[in-house]
Design a protein. Structure first.
Ligand SMILES: Nc1ncnc2c1ncn2[C@@H]1O[C@H](COP(=O)(O)OP(=O)(O)OP(=O)(O)O)[C@@H](O)[C@H]1O
Ligand SMILES: Nc1ncnc2c1ncn2[C@@H]1O[C@H](COP(=O)(O)OP(=O)(O)OP(=O)(O)O)[C@@H](O)[C@H]1O
Ligand code: SF4
Ligand SMILES: [Mg+2]
Ligand SMILES: [Mg+2]
Lengths: 347, 322
């Protein structure tokens, strides 16, 4: 039987992105100008792959490096070390994957193609939009840069995508400016702009955090439909595990620049292995005013990962830490059971 | 706050962002405000602070703070109230920091500008305390905004909003960019200082779980109007307005069966041309001809009320809006 594009289980096996040993360090300015006093290990040896049409969730504490991973994937930042390679489907629509290309080597026309295939939805919809351009200009710009359609087609295309993301009637939004929209409306414009090019991979950085549940549901199902219908893959960055549950096939949990657990979504939520994942799950608020939750097992104090000690990054806050954890290097991400990866000595 | 109205003029005509919104807030109370995107929550917050864009025009109403009318205050006197007595954590606050100054410096300046601390040293100590309160290492004070992650910037802004010991904090989606552990910590801390210092907090959020955990009362907004208000537990247990019910039935959760998410059908109304009668009628499962033609009355039960012709509890009786 031929694999169909809508058949998620089949296409996920075709690799789209392969990330290997990704590292990004930022210098921390010292008191003396220009001389760094240390390095923030924002991303520190991260490896994963995303299949075609697959949705991988990236969750973890504020400041753990999620946005940095996203920016590295779309080439807004260059890695300190490690590699990212992409396997895009042929433009002919042929199912056979092309040869993997190293993102670092892209130039000219191939770089432009990359900019179409890989889109980023920014974490803050305010900073990412030019306040002097109307919604129409904002969304039509990538079409113009990629030389897709003529000016007339573009109006239709933009109106269509505005309707899809729930900004209706589209005519009442087309020529507004960003400041004339509410927070959630702006976030939807950002989503529309990323999807209008029908990319292969969308890095979505907290794309629905500002939306109320009913419009969030609409956007989530739109993104899901695109994943099924057009084989769009997602790196879905969120701190909201409930959202990740609906959007993602697999979830990677990050802690201080490292992936500490990676598994299929339901498995991970039902039987979290890593102590950090467990703490994260216990802190999810419950929509019931009569319910009293215990405070999570770990506190909210997180130091910035400036030149961290070589042992397990979670050691200081871990309720299960032993002397092995104290004296050994950061544990490797190992397959503890089929398809279940964790980086912990006590699992 | 009584009868507050607000309009924006746009090329497509007048957007009626707030219509006749009234509620009161007690000292030490936590009030939640929920409602779909674009229903007017941020507009309400900005009206209270009198921080409105040029194309906005107040359309009636008054805000009384301890009996003093705020909307008619001259701007210099409003400056005495703003931040010191009422402060606001902006939605998408992470962008409101100045990129060229260290973040600690920015909070310090807010404190100095309002003369809250006597000396520079005590002001510095206060900033460090506020940073710890929001779960940031005080060393982060020395960094620039672009060196911080989204959630870290958001926390700096929360610290800033708390820096002048305000009586009322309006928090517009304060924790949307934060992971659950940090969110949990901040919500607990806010709750604690709210109790200790008698601060009142208005939480604007779309997250019903946050509302359930931290608020005493909750108001539901639809198309620029407050359509239901009551004690949080009562509203969750038994909402009166069909919109509240729809809003609550659709959140995703991490535990239990993975349900198909019920999306509220239909589109939120165009505020430049709101529907007649009850603005919710085009999407309401219970709507009748009456709902299409006439504005619904306010009906209530205990301290809870809703604006609806067919409240979900038939025992609700008409109440006087005043
Ligand atoms: N340009 C930069 N210079 C210095 N440090 C940086 C820079 N960008 C990010 N960092 C640091 O790198 C770490 C990871 O940041 P990142 O933005 O990736 O976090 P995140 O996981 O997206 O967090 P959040 O959930 O709060 O958005 C943080 O400690 C941050 O302070
Ligand atoms: N400056 C403006 N000019 C014109 N229209 C505006 C302006 N600001 C807001 N609006 C419109 O007013 C309505 C209410 O906006 P507001 O920002 O108060 O919504 P909100 O409830 O905070 O939504 P969200 O949850 O998405 O932040 C929206 O329909 C928005 O498009
Ligand atoms: S007034 Fe009518 S249309 Fe409006 S919510 Fe009540 S039943 Fe529905
Ligand atoms: Mg981020
Ligand atoms: Mg808002």
């Amino acid at each position: 039987m031929m694999p169909r594009p809508g058949d998620a289980a089949v296409t996920h096996d075709l690799p789209l992105v392969e990330v290997d040993g990704l590292v990004k360090h930022f210098p921390v300015a010292g008191n003396v100008f220009r001389k760094p006093s240390g390095f923030v290990h924002a991303v520190d040896g991260v490896s994963f792959r995303i299949g075609r049409g697959e949705s991988l969730g990236l969750v973890g504490e504020s400041g753990c490096g999620k946005t940095t991973v996203g920016k590295l994937l779309v080439k807004l930042l260059e890695p300190t070390a490690g590699s990212i390679s992409f396997c895009f489907a042929d433009a002919s629509g042929d199912e056979a994957p092309s040869e993997p290309v190293d993102a670092a080597t892209l130039t000219g026309g191939r770089l432009r193609d990359f900019r179409r295939q890989v889109q980023l939805i920014f974490q803050d919809p305010y900073g990412s939009m030019n306040p002097r351009r109307t919604i129409y200009d904002t969304i039509a710009e990538p079409l113009a840069v990629q030389r897709i359609g003529n000016a007339l087609d573009r109006v239709d295309r933009v109106a269509e995508i505005l309707t899809l993301v729930g900004l209706t009637p589209a005519s009442s939004f087309l020529f507004r400016y960003p400041h004339e929209l509410s927070g959630g409306q702006r976030q939807r414009v950002a989503i529309a702009r990323a999807l209008v090019l029908e990319p292969s991979l969308v890095v979505a950085d907290e794309p629905t955090s500002m939306l109320d549940v009913s419009s969030r549901t609409g956007i989530m199902s739109l993104m899901e439909q695109l994943a099924r219908g057009l084989d769009v893959a997602y790196l879905y960055i969120t701190h909201d595990l409930a959202v990740a549950r609906y959007m993602c096939d697999r979830i990677a949990v990050m802690y201080m620049g490292k992936i500490v657990e990676l598994a299929e979504t339901e498995e991970l939520l039902r039987h979290p292995l890593h102590p950090y994942t467990r703490a994260l799950l216990s802190a999810v608020p419950v929509p019931d005013p009569e319910h009293r939750r215990d405070p999570p097992a770990i506190s909210g104090e997180v130091a910035a990962p400036v030149d961290p000690p070589p042992r397990c990054r979670f050691y200081e806050r871990c309720p299960q830490a032993t002397s092995t954890c104290e004296s050994s290097p950061h544990p490797p991400l190992e397959e503890k059971a089929p398809g279940r990866f964790a980086a912990c000595y006590e699992v | 706050m009584t009868g507050l109205g607000l309009r924006y003029s746009t090329r497509q005509g007048e957007v009626r962002a707030l219509r006749d919104v009234s509620f009161d807030l007690a000292r030490g109370e936590a009030l939640g405000l929920v409602g779909e995107s674009g229903c007017g929550k941020t507009s309400l917050a900005k009206s209270l602070m009198r921080l409105l864009p040029d194309n906005a025009r107040p359309a009636g109403g008054e805000v009384l703070l301890d009996g003093e009318g705020l909307l008619s205050l001259p701007e210099e006197e409003m400056r005495r109230v703003r931040w010191r007595r009422i402060s606001l954590v902006f939605q998408a606050a992470m962008n409101s920091l100045d990129p060229v100054y260290r973040v600690g410096q920015q909070v310090l300046e807010a404190i100095e500008a309002h003369g809250v601390e006597e000396t520079v040293a005590s002001a510095r100590a206060r900033v460090a305390r506020l940073f710890r309160l929001v779960g940031l290492d005080p060393r982060v004070m020395e960094r620039y905004p672009h060196e911080l992650s989204g959630g870290m910037r958001q926390r700096v802004v929360i610290a800033m909003a708390l820096s002048c010991d305000p009586d009322i904090v309006i928090a517009d989606e304060p924790t949307t960019a934060l992971d659950v552990i940090v969110q949990d910590r901040i919500l607990r801390e806010l709750k604690a200082i709210q109790g200790q210092l008698g601060i009142s907090i208005i939480y604007i959020t779309h997250d019903m779980a946050v509302v359930a955990e931290v608020t005493d009362r909750v108001g539901v907004m639809y198309a620029g109007r407050l359509v239901e208000l009551g004690e949080t537990a009562a509203v969750f247990r038994s909402p009166l307005h069909p919109y509240t019910e729809a809003l609550m039935s659709s959140f995703p959760s991490v535990s239990g069966e993975k349900r198909r998410l019920a999306s509220l059908s239909g589109e939120p109304p165009d505020l430049a041309d709101p529907p007649s009668g009850c603005a919710f009628h085009p999407r309401c499962a219970y709507a009748t001809a009456l709902c299409r033609e006439q504005s619904p009355p306010r009906v209530g039960r205990g301290g809870q009320w809703a604006e609806c012709w067919h409240p979900l509890d038939p025992a609700a009786v008409p109440v006087d809006p005043a």
